[in-house]
Design a protein around this ligand. Structure first.
Ligand code: CAA
Length: 380
């Protein structure tokens, strides 16, 4: 297998890196502290085409492949973990399922506005009582003439308070188990829809992570995404794609931690020499770099499977998320250790990387869930 980036993918990489370094990195600590959603930066990303990366050109998007998206998410996350997941959710959890399962009318209506950033997307699967087991969701939607009436709530929704378009899931046939779940596209202005509690998170603090509330929310029938009763598969198929971007996000955060550790370990002197001259520090740097390189290859591998048109790449996607998340947690922990007391303060960004990295092992399916997906795939 050859994972050298093409000229186009390298172009995306350098464009995203330049933007992220100039625009996102200087603001990352500030938005982490305030928890403020980076509206201005998101607007600038839209102007650069970063919000329509996998939207086909005929709908005004860039029509890039999924390796390009992963490369861009890595670069954005290297500068700012919050902005990394904001971008990933919009592209792969919201725009992509609409492109993949939406009717022509739905695509015409939403995709061009998603590509320009006029509409920002979010994904509502998790509920107060259902996280790892989305088949047990409680939100319900009942058909009433030309619309559905939706009741329930979604929790921990990235972009929740900032988005204006939501891919959400609700039970339409309570007797049918996971085959009774349907996917819908909701606009923020639909009657009966509101945004609830804003979460005060440990990391990824600027992601407007909120609760979504549906109180007799009226959703037009034509806003069903895919087939009625096929929502569980829409959710799982979407997560197969978006977990690749969480892998990329983890690689970006880990790379930032390594970059900073390399610089600091050469500047910091103890016992009369730079700490990078000590073999115990060198061992850390070597293992950090090796883990990142391996994780990046798993991300490229999973994205390449998607780009090659492979129908199911659940295993590759789960492997890259599982490994990259563990790598990010380990690498950022070691970065804090290399920085010592300074690493435990907000004077340096490594404590933020450490807090941000932990979420990679939790959202879009915990690491335990990724192991289940991989094992089931191995066992057929
Ligand atoms: N693609 C297509 N279909 C799939 C699929 C996939 N990847 N995975 C399962 N299916 C299908 C199965 O074939 C099966 O189909 P049939 O009805 O034809 O039999 C059906 O779905 C049910 O499959 P399972 O029996 O395997 O389902 P399960 O209940 O045992 O669950 C699971 C499997 C992997 C544990 C799944 O529940 C899971 O991934 N859980 C984690 C949920 C998750 O990731 N949540 C993240 C929330 S989003 C988020 O975090 C966003 C954010 O903030 C950034």
């Amino acid at each position: 297998m050859d994972f050298r980036l093409t000229e186009d993918q390298k172009m995306v990489q350098s464009m995203a890196r330049e933007f992220a370094t100039k625009e996102l990195e200087p603001k990352a600590a500030e938005i982490d502290a305030s928890g403020e959603f980076p509206h201005e930066s998101v607007k600038k990303m839209a102007e650069l085409g970063l919000l329509g990366m996998v939207v086909p050109e005929k709908y005004g998007g860039a029509g890039f492949d999924f390796v390009s998206l992963a490369v861009a998410i890595e670069e954005i996350s290297r500068a700012c973990g919050s902005t990394g997941v904001i971008t990933a959710v919009h592209n792969s959890l919201a725009s992509w399922p609409i492109d993949n399962w939406g009717s022509d009318e739905m695509k015409d209506k939403y995709l061009p506005r998603m590509a320009t950033g006029e509409l920002l997307g979010a994904f509502g699967l998790t509920e107060p009582n259902c996280g790892s087991d989305p088949g047990s969701m409680e939100a319900k939607a009942v058909l009433d003439g030309d619309h559905y009436v939706m009741n329930g709530a979604k929790r921990f929704i990235t972009n929740g308070g900032a988005a204006n378009l939501f891919v959400v899931f609700a039970v339409t046939d309570p007797e049918a188990g996971h085959r009774g779940i349907t996917a819908f596209v909701l606009e923020k202005g639909f009657p009966g829809f509101s945004v609830g509690k804003h979460e005060d998170l440990l990391g990824l603090r600027a992601t407007s992570n909120c609760e979504l509330i549906f109180e007799d929310c009226k959703v037009p029938k034509e806003n069903v995404l895919g087939e009625v009763g096929a929502g569980f598969k829409v959710a799982m198929g979407t997560l197969d794609v978006s977990r690749i971007d969480i892998g990329a996000q983890a690689v970006g955060i880990a790379q930032a931690a390594l970059d900073k550790s390399l610089a600091y370990s050469q500047e910091r002197k103890q016992f009369g020499r730079s700490i990078c001259e000590f073999e115990m520090i060198q061992e850390k740097l070597a293992l950090m770099a090796t883990g990142i390189e391996a994780a990046r290859l798993l991300v490229y591998n999973a994205a390449s499977q998607k780009d090659a048109g492979k129908k199911r790449f659940s295993k590759e996607s789960a492997m890259c998320k599982l490994f990259a998340a563990a790598t990010a947690v380990e690498v950022t922990k070691e970065a804090v250790q290399i920085f010592g007391g300074y690493g435990y303060t907000k004077d340096y960004p490594v404590e933020r990387y450490f807090r941000d990295a932990k979420c990679m092992e939790i959202y879009e399916g915990t690491s335990e869930i990724q192991k289940i997906v991989i094992a089931r795939s191995l066992l057929g």
